[in-house]
Design a protein. Structure first.
Lengths: 78, 578
C-alpha cells in the first residue's frame, strides 16, 4: 500500500470517527487543523486505525506524531 | 448487540429533551472522560438522559469527605465510583507494612465513603469492583499466600459483594464478570493506557457503560420481565411436527445437550421471577407434547405462564401475549432461531428486545451470557410465585367468560384482602413494587428498602399495603399506599400504586374505603390526590375523577364528611394480631 492509498484509507476513518464528511487529510494535516480532533478523539482514531490496518502502534509511536504524514510513516514501517 | 464507542459518541448529538433526566456523579481515580461519553450514549439508548458531574480524576476522597464539595452541590441521584485495579496494585506496592490487612483496610475506606455519602445525600452508590490483574509474583501459589496481591484483590472483591448485601443503597458494577466474559486483553489496551491514563479499552467501554446504565434503569423501573420462547430449534433441536416426540434433540440425543443446558438457564430465570412464555408456529397439541411427555425436558407446562402455539404471525401473537400479561413491550425478550421471525417482530414491535441468536445452538448460552438481558434491582420470594399467578389469571379470564354480569363474577371470586401498615416482612416487596409498577402508579415515586424503612418510622406518614386472594389463587401483595400528613386536616396521597394483575376487581374502590377509614380514624377532614403523568401511566389519568375527587388547582380533593363507602366484593382479612 503506497502513501496515497494509506491516506485515502485514513481519510475514511477520520471522517467516520470524527463524524465530519467534509474533512480533507494531507501529509501535513495536524490536530490543530481539525476541530473535532482532540485528545479524546485521538484515542478513537488510534484504535480505529489499529483495527483497519490490523496492526498495533507502540506507546512511543502514539506520542511521536506531529502530523498525518508521520502517522503514515509509522504505518508503512509495520 | 453492543454499539461501538463511536456510535455512542454520535448519539450525544441527538435532541434528548423528552427523555427522563437523571443526575449522575462519576468519581474515578483514572481518566473517566471516555466512560462519561459511553455512559451518556448508553443512557440515551435506554431512554434516559444523564447529566453527569465528572470530578477531576484522583479526587474521590476529597469530593466525598468534604461536605462543601462540588459533588454535594450537584446533588446526584446516582454516584458511580470507579477505582481501577491498576491504582489498587500501585497502592499495594507502595504500602510499607501489613499486606495481610490490605483488603480489610480498603473495604473500611469504601464503607466510610459509602456511609458519608448516605449521611449527606439520597444518592445511590454504584461501586465498580476490581477486574483481576494477575501480577504473577507468586504464580498459582498466590492462593496459598495471604499477603500476595492476587489473594488480597480477590478478597476485596468478595468483601465488596458482602458489603453490598448489607448496604441497601450500594450496588456493584461487576467489572470482574465483564472481564471474565470478554478477557483481559479485550478489556485493557496497554499502549492506550500509557498515553491516556485510561484503563478501559475503547471496545470494552460500551459494555461497561451498558452494564452500569442497566443497574440505573432497573432502579428506575425499566427492566426485562418476560422471556418469549420459540420451540423448534430454539428450545429443543429439530421440528416436533416433522421429527416426532422421540426424535427431537434434547438430553442425550444429537446436540441435545445444548438445548438441555439452555432449558436449565430458562428454568433458573423462571424461578427468579422472569415470566416464561411460549410463542410457536405449531399445532398446540403437538407443541405441548414434549412438555408433557418427554422425559428429558427440563421445562414443564407449569413453568410456562402463557402458551401460544398456532399458525398466525408472531407479532400478532406477541400483541395478544402483551394483553394477557399487561406489561410493556419494552420489558419483553423474544428468542427465536429463525431470522425471518426475528425481523418480523423487530419491524412490527421495535420495543421488544430481539437478540440475534447465533446459528449454532451450541453458541446460544455464551452469546446470551454476554448481553446482560435480565438485570434487576431487587429480588423477593414473591418473584418465584409469579408464573403461577399469571396462570391463575388465565384461568380467571376463562371463568369470567361464564358469567354474564361482572358483579356475579366478582361475588363468585370470594376475594379477601389483607390490609396492613408496611412492616419488615412486606418491606422488600413494597420497595420492589414501587420500582416495578409503571402503569397503575399515580406519582411513580420509587423507594428503596431503606426509604421504606424511613417511611415506616416517620410520624408524618401513614402506610397501607394490600394483598388479594381469591378462589383461584393468591396474588400476594399487590397494592401500596403512602399517605403524608400535610397538616391536621389534610392527608396527601404520596403514593398509590397497584399491580395491573388485579385490575377490574373493585380493588381501587376497596382501597379508597380503607384510606378514608384511616383518615377518619385520625381526624383528617380531606384527602388530596395528585396525578403526575409519566410515559406509561395514562391508565390512571382519570383515576381520582372516577373515584369522585374534585379538581382544584392541579390537585384532587376528597372531603371526608360526605364520603359514602363504595360497594365492593372484597372482604378484609381478619388478623389475629389486630
Amino acid at each position: 500500500m503506497n502513501n496515497e492509498e494509506i491516506l485515502e484509507k485514513l481519510t475514511a476513518i477520520f471522517k467516520d470517527e470524527l463524524d465530519n464528511d467534509d474533512l480533507i487529510l494531507t501529509n501535513e494535516t495536524t490536530a490543530e487543523d481539525i476541530e473535532e480532533w482532540d485528545s479524546l478523539s485521538h484515542i478513537q482514531l488510534i484504535v480505529a486505525i489499529e483495527k483497519a490496518f490490523k496492526i498495533r502502534f507502540t506507546s512511543s509511536e502514539i506520542q511521536s506524531w506531529n502530523n498525518v504524514g508521520e502517522m503514515i510513516s509509522s504505518l508503512e514501517s509495520k | 448487540m453492543y454499539p461501538t464507542f463511536s456510535d455512542l459518541k454520535k448519539l450525544l448529538k441527538q435532541n434528548t429533551e423528552e427523555l427522563k433526566k437523571i443526575k449522575v456523579a462519576l468519581l474515578g481515580d483514572t481518566a473517566t472522560q471516555f466512560l462519561n461519553v459511553a455512559l451518556r450514549g448508553s443512557a440515551i439508548n435506554a431512554g434516559f438522559t444523564f447529566e453527569i458531574f465528572e470530578a477531576d480524576f484522583g479526587q474521590i476522597s476529597r469530593q466525598v469527605l468534604d461536605p462543601s464539595s462540588e459533588f454535594y452541590e450537584f446533588e446526584p441521584d446516582y454516584t458511580i465510583i470507579f477505582e481501577s485495579s491498576h491504582k489498587l496494585l500501585g497502592s499495594f506496592y507502595k504500602q510499607k507494612d501489613a499486606p495481610l490487612s490490605f483488603a480489610q483496610n480498603k473495604l473500611q475506606h469504601i464503607e466510610e465513603l459509602y456511609q458519608t455519602i448516605q449521611s449527606r445525600t439520597k444518592s445511590r452508590v454504584i461501586y465498580c469492583n476490581f477486574p483481576g490483574i494477575d501480577n504473577q509474583v507468586f504464580g498459582n501459589f498466590s492462593h496459598k499466600v495471604e499477603s500476595s496481591f492476587v489473594f488480597q484483590q480477590n478478597k476485596i472483591n468478595y468483601l465488596l459483594s458482602e458489603l453490598a448485601v448489607k448496604k441497601e443503597n450500594l450496588f456493584i458494577a461487576d467489572l470482574v464478570s465483564i472481564q471474565n466474559k470478554w478477557g483481559r486483553n479485550f478489556m485493557f489496551s496497554p499502549n492506550i493506557y500509557i498515553n491516556s491514563e485510561m484503563v478501559l479499552s475503547l471496545d470494552s467501554l460500551p459494555i461497561v457503560a451498558q452494564n452500569i446504565v442497566g443497574i440505573i434503569s432497573s432502579l428506575e423501573g425499566k427492566f426485562k420481565k418476560c422471556l418469549i420462547l420459540d420451540l423448534d430449534n430454539t428450545t429443543w433441536g429439530g421440528i416436533i411436527g416433522d421429527d416426532g416426540l422421540e426424535n427431537i434433540q434434547i438430553g442425550n440425543l444429537g446436540i441435545g445437550k445444548a438445548f438441555s443446558e439452555f432449558q436449565y438457564w430458562v428454568k433458573a430465570l423462571q424461578q427468579r421471577g422472569i415470566i416464561i412464555v411460549v410463542c410457536s408456529k405449531n399445532d398446540e397439541d403437538k407443541a405441548k407434547e414434549p412438555f408433557e411427555k418427554h422425559p428429558e425436558m427440563i421445562l414443564k407446562l407449569d413453568d410456562i405462564a402463557v402458551f401460544v402455539a398456532n399458525w398466525e404471525n408472531k407479532a400478532d401473537n406477541i400483541r395478544k401475549i402483551q394483553k394477557v400479561l399487561n406489561i410493556g413491550f419494552d420489558s419483553m425478550v423474544f428468542l427465536d432461531d429463525n431470522p425471518f421471525e426475528r425481523n418480523l417482530v423487530r419491524e412490527n414491535l421495535p420495543e421488544v428486545c430481539v437478540p440475534e441468536l447465533p446459528e449454532d445452538p451450541a453458541d446460544y448460552l455464551e452469546y446470551l451470557y454476554g448481553l446482560n438481558l435480565f438485570e434487576t434491582a431487587s429480588f423477593s420470594q414473591n418473584d418465584a410465585e409469579r408464573t403461577k399467578q399469571y396462570q391463575e389469571e388465565a384461568t380467571r379470564n376463562t371463568a369470567s367468560e361464564n358469567f354474564t354480569n361482572l358483579e356475579d363474577f366478582l361475588k363468585n371470586l370470594d376475594m379477601i384482602s389483607d390490609v396492613q401498615a408496611f412492616n419488615n416482612f412486606s418491606k422488600p416487596r413494597i420497595s420492589q413494587l414501587t420500582q416495578r409498577s409503571n402503569q397503575f402508579n399515580l406519582r411513580t415515586i420509587r423507594y428503596t428498602d431503606q426509604e421504606i424503612d424511613d417511611l415506616m418510622k416517620s410520624e408524618n406518614y401513614f402506610t397501607l399495603s394490600f394483598t388479594l386472594e381469591d378462589r383461584y389463587g393468591d396474588n400476594g401483595l399487590i397494592s401500596a399506599i403512602v399517605l403524608e400528613k400535610l397538616d391536621e386536616n389534610s392527608l396527601f396521597i404520596d403514593t398509590w400504586l397497584m399491580s395491573c394483575r388485579v385490575l377490574k376487581r373493585g380493588m381501587e374502590d376497596f382501597t379508597l374505603n380503607k384510606i378514608v377509614e384511616l383518615a377518619q380514624e385520625n381526624g383528617f377532614k380531606k384527602i388530596i390526590g395528585e396525578f403526575l403523568p409519566s410515559s406509561k401511566n395514562q391508565m390512571v389519568e382519570n383515576h381520582y375523577q372516577n373515584l369522585g375527587f374534585n379538581f382544584q388547582e392541579g390537585l384532587w380533593i376528597l372531603k371526608m364528611d360526605d364520603y359514602i363507602n363504595k360497594e365492593v366484593y372484597i372482604n378484609k382479612k381478619n388478623n389475629t394480631h389486630e
